[in-house]
Design a protein. Sequence first.
Length: 90
Amino acid sequence: MIYNEYLGNFIITYLNERKAAIVMREGVTPWGEFSQETVLAKSSDYPALYGAYMLPKYVENKGQSFYFAMSQFFPVYNIMWMRTTLPWTE
């Protein structure tokens, strides 16, 4: 979880196993209430995905773009940095 200046909220990213997707949610405080999930990456595009670890230093434009670490276990184990640019504006 990190504070996102662009949104003015905290954001959390994680694997939703039921959706087979890396998702993001935002909230005013780190302990909740959180928004509905926004899908950032789907297993249909990235088979056997896992992860979503964020680091505050990998943020651009005050948080409009940020990176998260995502792993894939197929066809071979691989870790990559994924970039997300938020489509909505203040």
